[in-house]
Ligand binder design. Structure first.
Ligand code: PDD
Length: 286
């Protein structure tokens, strides 16, 4: 069945939605995005995603074509029109089209392009949560502003393909000997003392909205959290490993570069954190 999508003020069947071939998102990846999850027809952490969108836009001197209130209304309209019970909403803002290809930014009054669409997907009852994910490590050769959520996702696509060719689920990226993050998620280990370790916030990683919620909930439950880098060697010897993202929530990782983590099954703490995260998300979704 055809989806209803949103493009620059109009709700259209997906086959009829178009943007210019001169759009800077298409020509230069001059665009930012957000992915917000939907559970029981409601949006998880919408304010967090909007705050990060504002920050990404600001860092690139991009402007949003609509207010946060209008953005919320568009998200809700798409959920209703597409009858989404569980899934994701993808949002992209580009610097628009200047009607030609020129590296320099177009005049300030150029209208940004705004596109949103839904993806129906089981986010809570994801069978992968029962088995856990396998990952490989690869070099992180991305640019120096991974904290801005841009649509320059070619390297993450190549990372996913490297994982696919290795018959695993994802790749953890390593820079200067330490894991930065997964191809489209934040990466964690649990030490033998039960401490949750994840890379500190910097320009080298995306500041995940799910990361913020997970760390807050972990601390509220009295769990110890350390924000620092860790090596693949330390990860292989960890008790547990997991990732977080808006599309996977808290998802256990059971193998890194062929080495089983702990007993090679989703760890106890990862499973508990997933439950705690989902419980909180269901309570706070709007
Ligand atoms: N990706 N790190 C990277 C590189 C990401 O692309 C993402 C999200 C995350 C997790 O952020 P959050 O918890 O806010 O989803 C971390 C989204 C889901 C995507 O590109 O589909």
């Amino acid at each position: 069945m055809s989806r209803t999508v949103y493009v620059n003020g109009s709700y259209l069947p997906e086959e009829e939605a178009t943007v210019s071939i001169f759009d800077r998102g298409f020509l230069f990846a001059d665009a930012v995005y957000e992915v917000t999850s939907v559970v029981r027809g409601k949006l998880i952490d919408f304010d967090g995603h909007m705050a990060r969108l504002r920050r990404s836009l600001g860092e690139l001197a991009l402007s949003s074509p609509v207010s946060d209130e209008e953005m919320l209304a568009i998200h809700r309209e798409l959920v209703t029109r597409n009858d989404i019970d569980e899934g994701l909403i993808y949002l992209q803002v580009t610097r628009g089209s200047a009607g030609d290809r020129d590296f320099a930014f177009p005049p300030a009054d150029t209208k940004p392009t705004l596109v949103l669409f839904t993806q129906a997907k089981k986010v809570i009852e994801n069978p992968a949560a029962g088995t856990g994910l396998k990952v490989i490590s690869i070099d992180d050769i991305r640019w120096g502003r991974c904290d801005i959520k841009t649509v320059q996702l070619l390297y993450p696509c190549l990372a996913k393909m490297a994982a696919k060719h290795a018959h695993v689920d994802d790749a953890w990226m390593v820079r200067d000997g330490l894991v930065t993050e997964g191809s489209s998620n934040n990466a964690y280990i649990v030490t033998s003392e039960g401490t949750i370790v994840t890379r500190e916030k910097s320009q080298s990683i995306l500041h995940g909205i799910t990361r913020a919620a997970t760390l807050r909930l972990a601390e509220e439950k009295g769990l110890k959290v350390e924000e620092r880098g860790f090596s693949i060697e330390e990860a292989k010897n960890a008790r547990e490993a997991f990732i977080t993202s808006a599309s996977l929530f808290v998802m256990p990782v059971v193998e890194i570069d062929g080495a089983a983590i702990g007993e090679g099954r989703p760890g106890e703490l990862s499973r508990r954190l997933r439950e705690i995260y989902i419980e909180d998300a269901l309570k706070t979704a709007i």
